[in-house]
Design a protein around this ligand. Structure first.
Ligand code: AMP
Ligand code: TRP
Length: 322
């Protein structure tokens, strides 16, 4: 099964990134899996060149510390495989302004930035290029990427219809639990790298003290009953999903063991700390050898380019490029 997914080097990963995306990547890794640090996408953010460079290497270390093994799968940096930017242009010429301006992520982000740049609008076309270059069948992502996946499918189908069978049409996959981890302070909004407040967002490498503090202060409700019920009890349901995702149970099974919020929270904090502590240690070890991380990326880029080059040439030829 050919698998592809990507993640932006836009700062430390939070628990939503880990449970919604990265853990699925680890489960799906094989010689047929390609995982990409999408630094070109991160250029749509306000980010300094030095920070981008540093965060890109840091994210490689985070992915490997989470269990991705470059001996098993391909891990690479988007900008090191030039076909992504090249196919992006070809696909921009089959995508419409209308379909891109309907994307919810674009509508939200463009409202927050005055004089937003064109890259924010065309962001999902580059994402489609990422995916289609690898003849991808499955794209493991969190729930917030569903609409972008639909656009990718539409673009592929449109291209195939107009220029002949060129791209495989992929599907997105979400984990059964924790596909949308919510902000701990505002549990009706997703946990987000950019929008969540420090207390609302649990970073993978927060200190045990911070993890405990954030979970203890997580917003719940006043009826005091531990029950899995998203519409009526989003705060508690969020904690139950996080717990279940880490313990391998269902949220209802976890709920059945608890009668008090306090106990649920302290056991959850212990479980999160226990899960993430070894990852943090591994991350710090890996980051101590940045040259080795760069070698991993270079090898990954070479493997990725071998596949992407073939598909790019096919698309370019189909469109009539010489
Ligand atoms: P991003 O941080 O936007 O680069 O997202 C990287 C990956 O994490 C994508 O697959 C997202 O769908 C996933 N993701 C981001 N936020 C969450 C969240 N709150 N819950 C679950 N998955 C998420
Ligand atoms: N848009 C994705 C996000 O914000 C990141 C991404 C870029 C991606 N290219 C991709 C995800 C290709 C999956 C496949 O999370």
């Amino acid at each position: 099964m050919r698998v592809f997914s990507g993640i932006q080097p836009s700062g430390p990963l939070h628990l939503g990134n880990y449970l919604g995306a990265v853990r699925q990547w680890v489960d799906a890794q094989s010689s047929d899996a390609f995982y990409c640090v999408v630094d070109l996408h991160a250029l749509t953010l306000e980010i300094s060149p030095d920070a981008l460079r540093e965060q890109t290497i840091d994210l490689l270390a985070t992915l490997m510390a989470s269990g991705l093994d470059p001996e098993i799968c391909t891990i690479f940096i988007q900008s090191q495989v030039s076909y992504h930017a090249q196919l992006n242009w070809l696909l921009e010429c089959v995508s419409t302004y209308g379909e891109l301006s309907r994307m919810v992520a674009f509508k939200e982000k463009s409202q927050r930035q005055e004089g937003y740049r064109v890259g924010l609008l065309t962001y999902p076309v580059l994402m489609a290029a990422d995916i289609l270059l690898y003849e991808t069948e499955e794209v493991p992502v969190g729930d917030d990427q569903r609409q972008h996946l639909e656009l990718t499918r539409d673009v592929a189908e449109k291209f195939n219809h107009r220029f002949g069978e060129t791209f495989r049409v992929p599907v997105g996959t979400q984990p059964k639990v924790a596909a949308r981890v919510m902000d701990l302070q505002e549990p009706t909004r997703k946990m987000s790298k950019s929008i969540s407040s420090p207390l609302g967002k649990l970073n993978m490498f927060d200190s045990p003290r911070d993890i405990e503090k954030k979970i203890t202060k997580a917003v719940t409700d006043t009826d005091g009953e531990v029950r899995f019920d998203w519409p009526k009890k989003p705060g508690v349901s969020n904690l139950l999903e996080i717990f279940a995702s880490l313990s391998g149970e269902t949220p209802a099974q976890v709920a059945a063991r608890y009668t008090r919020y306090g106990e649920l929270k302290s056991d959850l904090a212990a479980l999160v700390i226990e899960t993430l502590a070894p990852l943090k240690r591994r991350h710090d070890e890996l980051l101590a050898s940045p040259d080795e991380l760069r070698r991993v990326a270079a090898r990954g880029a070479e493997k990725a380019a071998a596949v992407a080059g073939m598909v790019y040439q096919r698309a370019a030829a189909a469109m009539g490029l010489a």
